[in-house]
Design a protein around this ligand. Structure first.
Ligand SMILES: NC(=O)c1ccc[n+]([C@@H]2O[C@H](COP(=O)([O-])OP(=O)(O)OC[C@H]3O[C@@H](n4cnc5c(N)ncnc54)[C@H](OP(=O)(O)O)[C@@H]3O)[C@@H](O)[C@H]2O)c1
Length: 274
């Protein structure tokens, strides 16, 4: 079956589901093959704006009926109750996008034979520039992997990991990662204003510079370190700044930050950090 013929049912129609639905529609997925359930009438009204022929319902069982893929997109703390009330068919592929919900929990809820994939997206999915990392339970077929990748790919780039334990590190790097870059943008903007640059221009300089650097790094064949060296001429302005960042311990600080995020992810999943 071609991926665009897949029937996809979303359980929970919030921000992440909305981003994925918007991405699927942008990619040309037929609206009448997308079903979404959300108990919140206001939210359902918002989802209607995405596409007229979307199937938008209040009842989760209705949203998953006939679906090839079921996307679990409710908050992690609701997931156990919501998942256990579902009665998926044995062939339905379940993809959870909830932070910290393990494949073992999904196996407990749906049984060992149910094909399940765990996905960790990030916030830029909202503009189609997300990064989703996927991990499949044993027994998920290659076709189902391709289907999960098609779904996640509608919201940005995708990668797979085989070892589920890596999902905590993934959460620390790409899950929480957008916030690290926003923080740098906040500081650049603030500093630009302090240096006398008008507020609107200061915002533009911070945001467009981050956007440009991200885009250049993504398009380049070389590593970000090489791009950095290309803008750092000896004895120049960039070198003066980079020396301050390096001497102030930016590398060490970021490593500590990522370690803390990974530890917190382990704790939230009820596991101990090593
Ligand atoms: N947003 C992100 O950047 C991001 C990144 C990575 C992973 N995720 C994951 O994506 C999942 C959804 O996050 P989100 O940001 O999209 O949250 P959200 O905007 O709160 O969306 C969740 C939606 O589910 C609805 N809901 C509540 N109870 C439900 C039920 N029993 N059945 C069906 N739907 C129900 C909520 O309605 P009410 O508002 O009425 O409760 C809400 O509209 C989470 O598990 C999160 O970990 C999100």
């Amino acid at each position: 079956m071609h991926n665009s013929a897949l029937q996809i049912g979303f359980v929970g129609g919030g921000n992440m589901a909305g981003a994925m639905l918007a991405g699927l529609l942008r990619a040309g997925h037929p609206a009448d093959k997308l079903q979404v359930a959300d108990p919140n009438a206001e939210r359902r009204a918002q989802l209607e704006k995405l596409g007229q022929r979307l199937v938008i319902v209040a009842d989760n069982a209705e949203a998953i009926s006939g679906a090839d893929i079921i996307v679990l997109a409710v908050k992690p703390q609701l997931m156990s109750a919501v998942a256990q009330a579902l009665q998926p068919g044995p062939q339905q592929l379940i993809v959870s996008v909830a932070a910290g919900i393990s494949l073992a929990a999904m196996r407990d809820w749906f049984g060992p034979a149910q094909p399940c994939v765990r996905s960790m997206p990030n916030q830029p999915a909202l503009v189609g520039a997300g990064m989703s990392v996927l991990c499949a339970a044993p027994g998920v077929s290659n076709i189902q992997r391709t289907q999960a990748e098609y779904l996640a790919g509608a919201a940005g780039a995708t990668a797979w990991v085989d070892d589920e334990d890596l999902m905590d590190a993934v959460t620390a790097v790409s899950g929480s990662g957008p916030a690290y870059f926003y923080l740098v943008m906040e500081i650049l903007e603030d500093c630009a204003r302090d240096m006398g640059i008008p507020a609107d221009v200061a915002r533009q300089l911070a945001v467009q510079t981050a956007h440009g650097a991200g885009l250049a790094a993504r398009e380049a064949d070389t590593a970000p370190g090489e791009l950095r060296r290309m803008v750092t001429s000896p004895g120049g302005t960039t070198q003066a700044a980079i020396e301050v960042l390096q001497q102030g311990g930016l590398d060490k600080l970021l490593r500590q930050a990522l370690t803390a995020a990974r530890r917190r992810s382990l704790e939230l999943g009820g596991r101990k950090s090593d």
